[in-house]
Design a protein around this ligand. Structure first.
Ligand SMILES: *[C@@H]1O[C@H](CO)[C@@H](O)[C@H](O)[C@H]1NC(C)=O
Ligand SMILES: *[C@@H]1O[C@H](CO)[C@@H](O)[C@H](O)[C@H]1NC(C)=O
Ligand SMILES: *[C@@H]1O[C@H](CO)[C@@H](O)[C@H](O)[C@H]1NC(C)=O
Ligand SMILES: *[C@@H]1O[C@H](CO)[C@@H](O)[C@H](O)[C@H]1NC(C)=O
Length: 562
């Protein structure tokens, strides 16, 4: 076999590398325009992902501790037990490190189980190592430059020991500040700083008290030791204690001392500054609803998909995990098609957290059946699901509105649909089958009937009063609904911990079975995206509001009875 270096020198790498080892080639979307080969001296940070020893074992163990009918329900796994499933085999570590050593490269282990190795190399070395041609591509939508290659080759003796290397052929744009999961921001009438006499704020806006009323969420602060919420923050978003304090004065007058929240920086994320929209919303509707539950904003500096992995690796390294993780950011799933191994890394990361007892919430998207973008060039031939809501090991949260009129309806932007990457998990098959039957031929051909269907649940999503850098604004989006579910589960955990019981962990198998009766079914409205109608809300699960919105009292009665 010719050495890859020689092939590159001959300029025929892609033609001959097929002969030996494993070659991956991709044809990215036309919006990625090649500019020029990346400078050979630029430095490239690559993550090498090794195959897990027993990923099916992890999935089985996760379902075993999450199924209310199982004898092992909520007997969550230890750090070491989870790591044993995902750790690479010693021969894989040996093969990969020996291959790198031949090129004088010495990797750093960057995940607690050892399944991820990181190397920092000049582009010339990466090109030689992988028979690659790293090129700077411009994403026409966002203007971001991605350094990627259309082809990588892994030698024969290493291929079975290496799943993939990132970033190489994965054309996933970074999180977009201009397409956040919130839509309209307007100052509230009168810029309220306290409850106005004789005015029912809940008839027009949402503040914590409205959510407490609608969903029977207790006002008493959480008290259990060991309870916690993690809020994932990206794009240098930050919340301020000053804004939180005024928010509490206005909307939680029953709480005398405003709780503090913690900030942890990952990948160099900011830890202080003027409050910004998403982080202020997320902190005010966790700390302001699950008051008393210790809450930490994990501020992740890396806006690329790697940032989503880095926060999980950070958390998996802790002996005591946060019991709830809420994330109001996401990607377009179509960008992960062709990089399914990469997509699975995220989903397996959430499976690891779930197996250890963390409940994970993601916003379902704010463009109905079209993920997160508001002005995307939707081609109308297929819907575009959001990511990672299609992963079966997390709880995806959609949005509703209109409680004051007595009935909640779909908030039209509420993200929902069917994954093209992740198959439908059995816990939701009956619920989804009933929906597909009722749906008939509506949207036929636009979505994947066998895919994992989302969202799982929903909550109010419009006109959240939020204090941002000294001013009250109204915010809408599944971004608003998601921290509410995180708070509900955190308060349920509080009650469980105080009763000496284990926390809820991965809740979907519970929600889709006994849990249905503890939710408010949302049965009217339809989500829309790109100017087209999406999925209607119907009795039972639907692809606009999932199983429905929470009823804390009923959920508490259910979880304490198990
Ligand atoms: C490498 O990519 C550049 C574009 O950046 C292209 O012009 C060149 O032909 C490619 N070289 C090989 C050997 O494929
Ligand atoms: C999703 O794709 C659309 C169309 O390419 C784009 O406008 C939008 O920014 C993308 N959204 C995200 C979150 O990447
Ligand atoms: C539909 O989803 C399944 C996973 O459930 C996937 O294997 C298949 O490729 C998807 N089909 C399309 C057309 O994307
Ligand atoms: C916050 O408000 C101050 C004062 O109004 C202003 O100077 C500053 O630029 C604002 N910060 C952000 C991030 O908008």
């Amino acid at each position: 076999m010719l050495a890859p270096q020689v092939l590159v020198a001959l300029g025929i790498a892609s033609a001959l590398a097929l002969v030996r080892g494993r070659q991956t080639t991709v044809a990215p979307k036309a919006k990625f325009v090649p500019l020029h080969p990346t400078a050979s001296t630029s430095s490239l940070q690559l993550t090498l992902v090794l195959p897990p020893t027993n990923i099916d074992g992890l999935h089985t163990a996760l379902y075993d501790v999450s199924d209310p009918k199982s004898a092992n329900y909520r007997k969550h796994l230890s750090k070491a037990e989870v790591e044993a499933f995902v750790a690479p085999k010693p021969e894989s570590v040996q093969a990969v490190t020996a291959w790198l050593a031949q090129h004088n490269i010495h990797p750093e282990v960057v995940s607690p189980s050892g399944d991820m190795l990181r190397i920092d190399v000049p582009v010339s070395t990466a090109n030689a190592l992988l028979a690659a041609n790293f090129t700077d591509f411009k994403d026409k939508d966002s203007g971001t430059i991605l350094t990627r290659t259309l082809s990588v080759s892994i030698p024969d003796d290493v291929e079975q020991h290496l799943q993939y290397i990132y970033p190489t052929t994965q054309f996933v744009p970074p999180l977009q500040p201009n397409h956040p999961p919130f839509k309209v921001v307007t100052p509230t009438p009168g810029n309220p700083t306290s409850k106005r006499q004789g005015f029912d704020i809940c008839s027009v806006d949402v503040v914590p008290q409205c959510l407490e009323d609608y969903y029977h969420i207790p006002t008493a602060p959480g008290t259990a030791s060991g309870n916690s919420i993690a809020v994932a923050g990206y794009l240098n978003e930050i919340a301020s204690e000053d804004d939180l304090e005024i928010f509490f004065l206005a909307w939680r007058p029953d709480v005398t001392t405003t709780p503090e929240f913690n900030v942890v920086s990952i990948d160099g994320g900011v830890t202080s500054g003027d409050g910004t929209l998403e982080a202020s919303l997320d902190i005010q509707y966790t700390v302001g609803v699950a008051t008393g539950v210790p809450t930490t904003l994990y501020s992740v500096g890396n806006p690329f998909a790697q940032g989503f992995i880095d926060i999980v690796n950070y958390l998996l390294g802790l002996d005591e995990l946060p019991l709830v993780l809420t994330t109001s950011y996401g990607f377009n799933e179509t960008d992960f098609q062709g990089s399914e191994d990469f997509a699975n890394t995220f989903c397996n990361a959430y499976a690891q957290l779930g197996a250890r007892g963390t409940s994970i919430f993601f916003a379902s998207g704010d463009n109905g059946p079209y993920s997160f973008s508001f002005d995307s060039e939707c081609d109308g031939t297929t819907f575009g699901p959001s990511f990672p809501s299609g992963c079966p090991f997390l709880t995806s949260v959609g949005a509703t509105t209109g409680y004051d009129s007595g009935t909640e309806v779909v908030a039209d932007f509420s993200g929902g649909g069917f994954s093209n990457i992740f198959p439908q998990p059995s816990y939701q098959s009956t619920a989804v089958e009933n929906y597909l039957d009722a749906l008939g031929s509506t949207n036929e051909g636009l979505f994947n009937r066998s895919g994992r269907a989302y969202p799982d649940v929903s909550a109010q999503g419009i006109n959240y009063v939020t204090r941002i850098n000294g001013t009250f604004f109204l915010v809408l989006g599944t971004s608003a609904s998601t921290p509410v579910w995180a708070s509900v589960v955190a308060l349920l955990n509080d009650a469980l911990l105080n009763a000496g019981k284990p926390p809820l962990g991965f809740i979907n198998p519970l929600l889709y079975s006994e849990g249905i009766a503890a939710l408010n079914d949302v049965t009217s409205g339809i989500n829309t995206g790109c100017g087209a109608l999406g999925f209607p809300a119907l009795a039972g699960w639907d692809a606009a509001t999932g199983l429905g919105t929470p009823d804390y009292d009923k959920l508490l009665a259910l979880v304490t009875s198990l």
